[in-house]
Each structure stands twice: as C-alpha cells, then as structure tokens.
Design a protein around this ligand. Structure first.
Ligand code: CAA
Length: 389
C-alpha cells in the first residue's frame, strides 16, 4: 500500500493495520476459497476477529470496543477485504450499520445491552431496511409496527439482510404511521430470539458467498417499546444517517477487492510470456495496469477523505453524505473495472477457479448494488451539488 503523505498515519493506525493484515494473511487467506465454494458462514474466524476488537473499532472501550477513529476502521477493513470480501462485509455491517447507529442514537441502556456483545465479538449484529418491493425506494416499506401498551407488534417481510441467518440482534425499520411516509418510519432493536421472528431462506449469491444473507419474517413479533432506537418517526433519518457510515465500509470493501485483483494481475504480467516478451511489456497490458493502479489510489483518497469527514461529524453532528457517496460510487466502479481487467490479463487462468481472480470479479459486483446502488449514489451526489437536499 502507498503511504499517502496528506493522511499521515499514527503509530496506533499502523499497528492496527498490521495486525489486521497479519490476521487476514494467516487465518483468512487459507480458508477463503473453501468458504466461497461451500457458502458456509465462517463462524470461527469471525469470532476471532471479534476477540481482536475488529467488530467494534470505533466503539468506546466502555462498550467493549477498540475506541479508535474512523480512519483506523477503514485501514483494518481494507486489509481484511484484500483477502476476503465475505469476512469484510460481516465486519463492515457489525461496525457501521449496526454499532454506529446505536452509538449515535441509542440510550445508555441500549448501548450497554446491544452494542457490547457485538463489539466484543460475542454476538453478531445486522441491519434490516429493504423489503421485497422497496430497495432503492426505501421509504416505500410496508412492514408495520403497531403500539400495544408497553410493546409494539411487528409484522412484515424484510429482505437482503446481511448476516440475517446468523445475527443475534437486529436494527429493524418499520412503518408506525403509513400516512406520514418517510416520517412514519421507526427503528427498533430486536433480539434474534424474539417469538414471531423467523429467518427466511438463505439467498444463493453470485459473490460474497460466505456472507449469509436472508429474509426476515415478522408475524406478530412483540418488541418492548423501550427498544425503539431514537424516537418514533425518526427511523428513516436514522436509516439514512447510518447508511452514510455503511457506504464508507462498502467503499473500503471495494478498495480491498480491487487491490487484491490488481496485485495478482501485476505479478502475472511480470511473469507470463507471449510472443517472446513478458506480457506486461506490451502496452496493451502495461496501460491497463497503469489505469488500474491510478483508479485504486484515487479510491483510497476518496475513502480516507470520507473517513475523516465522518470523524469530524462525530463532534459537530454534521453530515458527510456527499463524501461517503462519492467514495462508494468511485471505489465500487473501480473494483468492477479492476477485477474485469485482472481476469482479462490472466486470460484463461483468470476464468479458472484455481486462482482467486474469478472470485474477486464475482465479489466486486455487489459493491455497486448494496447499501445504495451506483444510481442512488449519483442521486445523492447530484442532489447535494444542486442544493436539493
Ligand atoms: N442523513 C440524514 N438525513 C437524511 C439523509 C442522510 N444521509 N438522507 C435523507 N435524509 C432525510 C432528508 O433530509 C429528509 O428529511 P426532511 O424531510 O426533514 O427534509 C428525509 O430524510 C427524506 O429524504 P428524501 O426526501 O431524500 O427521501 P427519498 O425517499 O427521496 O430517498 C434516497 C432518498 C437517497 C433515494 C434513499 O431512499 C436511499 O438512500 N435509498 C437507497 C437505500 C439503500 O441504500 N438501501 C440499502 C439497504 S442496506 C443493504 O443493502 C443490505 C445490507 O444488509 C448491507
């Protein structure tokens, strides 16, 4: 990795990054292909990552986390994603979609009860916004929560929940007043063992196959009113605020995938011979590598910029939607570009399961889709630039 002089890293940053790199190389690299093939959830390595503090990097130590900053989080996540994007998304969801939102909007009791087990690696968290008929148009949800004394009764179907089959706790968004549309959405903290909550079938996926994804089905699921995150009607804003943090995580996942594919292609281009030369000596390959490298470094700058904007926002309660969306848009499209070129540079070997390059190619695609498609990122960026939001 290039050291970027405009973002000098502290010794703590470097130590965490090196620890994540070491863990990823020693513990994840040997099993990544096998878990991709089987689609099994990598419980053991995820548990170890939790014990090392990787599931709550920005969570204060009093709630079981590592108490570090947003830049530290992306540095560690990048190292994990360079080796395996499935472990990466599980880490990203625990840190940003789950812990970040509860830390920002939760009460002291909620932080103790719902953040501590996830940040300390004893449990897994998930975030559930999407429904079968509402993905990009998240405000169009139909699942409902109706007050009943000191409880709410949750009904409906949620889809595409990362870690859905295995999570112990969920942040779930429900309609409490459908007449108010986005302003009628409320966020709830739900125990995975709640009566009336069942997990749907595990989704068979093109990539990130070791990360488990499923539907959640709520049938008269009773949740205590004290489990509302924020206030009734604030759910949509909470969902969007949390997604800003999540998008930096997915941008970092895309960066890690792109770096892995680039490094494989760079090495191959320096070894493979054709027509009496190393293929990297042909401009057709060399120029591809130049474009791949340049886009990767530009992605990194956008991601670090977004992480620093997120850190500043912790003090002034500001927004960093623009920075997060630009980082996600550019990095995910870079991951798709770089993995595509890496397969091409490898020729037939890029298409073979004997090398990880085809896995990087399959894993890259989701980064242009989840936590807001590239089209949604362009919407957020253009609305911001035009002063429409
Ligand atoms: N931070 C704070 N508030 C925000 C916000 C943000 N980032 N974005 C919007 N808001 C606020 C707005 O200011 C507005 O508030 P006011 O009415 O008080 O002004 C309110 O929320 C409604 O905003 P919009 O009118 O912009 O809402 P919209 O319906 O037009 O939607 C959108 C905007 C950007 C398209 C949004 O719906 C969106 O981001 N959609 C994509 C959803 C998404 O990313 N889904 C992925 C889910 S997670 C996943 O993939 C699975 C997983 O497990 C990883």
């Amino acid at each position: 990795m290039t050291e970027l002089p405009i973002y000098p890293l502290t010794n703590e940053h470097k130590m965490l990054r090196d620890a994540a790199r070491d863990f990823a190389q020693k513990e994840i690299a040997p099993i990544a292909a096998e878990f991709d093939e089987s689609g099994e959830f990598p419980s053991e390595t995820i548990k170890k990552m939790g014990e090392l503090g990787f599931m709550g990097i920005e969570v204060p130590e009093q709630y079981g986390g590592a108490g570090m900053d947003s830049l530290a989080y992306v540095l560690a996540l990048e190292e994990i994603c360079k080796v395996d994007a499935s472990h990466g998304v599980i880490m990203s969801v625990n840190n940003s979609l789950y812990c970040h939102g509860i830390l920002k909007f939760g009460t002291e009791e909620q932080k103790k009860k719902f953040v501590t087990p996830i940040a300390s690696g004893k449990a897994i968290g998930a975030y559930s916004l999407t429904e079968p008929q509402s993905g990009s148009d998240a405000g169009n949800m139909r699942s409902t929560a109706v007050r009943d004394g000191n409880f709410y009764i949750l009904n409906g179907r949620k889809s595409w929940v990362t870690s859905g089959p295995v999570a112990n706790y969920f942040v779930v968004f429900m309609m409490t007043d459908p007449t108010k549309k986005q302003k009628g959405v409320t966020a709830f903290l739900v125990d995975g063992n709640s009566k009336g909550l069942t997990r749907g079938k595990k989704e068979p996926k093109l990539g990130i196959r070791a990360s488990a994804t499923s539907e959640l089905i709520f049938e008269n699921c009773k949740v205590p009113a004290e489990n509302i995150l924020g206030k009734e009607g604030e759910g949509f804003k909470i969902a969007m605020t949390v997604l800003d943090a999540g998008r930096i995580g997915i941008a970092t996942q895309a960066l890690g995938i792109a770096e892995a594919a680039y490094e494989a292609a760079r090495q191959y281009a320096g070894q493979r011979e054709a027509f009496g030369h190393k293929i990297g000596q042909f401009q057709g390959t060399g120029f591809k590598l130049a474009d791949m490298k340049t886009r990767i470094e530009a992605s990194r700058l956008l991601i670090y910029n977004a992480a620093i904007a997120k850190e500043k926002a912790k003090n002034n309660n500001g927004r960093y939607s623009l920075e997060a969306s630009m980082a996600k848009l550019f990095s995910s499209e870079t991951a798709m570009y770089v993995t595509h070129q890496a397969v091409q540079i490898h020729g037939g070997m890029g298409y073979s399961k004997e090398l990880p390059v085809e896995r990087y190619f399959r894993d890259a695609k989701i980064t242009e889709i989840y936590e807001g498609t590239s089209e949604i990122q362009r919407l957020v960026i253009s609305r911001s630039e035009l002063g429409m939001k």
